[in-house]
Design a protein around this ligand. Sequence first.
Ligand code: ZN
Length: 166
Amino acid sequence: MSGSDGMDCNELVELVTDYLDDALTDGQRQAFEAHLAECDGCENYVNQMRKTVHLTGSLSVDDIEPDDPQQRFRLDVARRLSVFLRGVNERGPQLERDDLDDAAQLLGRRPAGWRECDAALESLVASAGPDRDADFIRFFHRRVSRWQSLLAVGMHGRRYSVQPLR
Ligand SMILES: [Zn+2]
């Protein structure tokens, strides 16, 4: 269902992880919840997602070790994903605030969220002269460095550490 300026089911599905992470703008959250109030299908979907996030964040499945290699592979992916999601859930909001504080130095104003931040950075990078390159490299280096601890769980023990800049 969709009103004239309401959110439809597809848009809701796109935003569900941001909703559960409490990462929507006020306007998005109001549209999201207005749609939930009138759409049973999406309400069920969001409840299922909430349970899944809760379970993957709190269940210990470390003792399960299937014999079938394909099942082992799938379980490994699920475990790594659950650790990653828990990290995003617990530390993502602070990392994003740090990113936005950092970006404010480059942009001259603090963006409200990461989408606005990336759009502003993209146009700044596209329009700035080469004299700003060093600033951009340092900024993106700091940003990757902040997030790499969350991504490490997906790297199967390999180390792709970001080298310090001189
Ligand atoms: Zn719906």
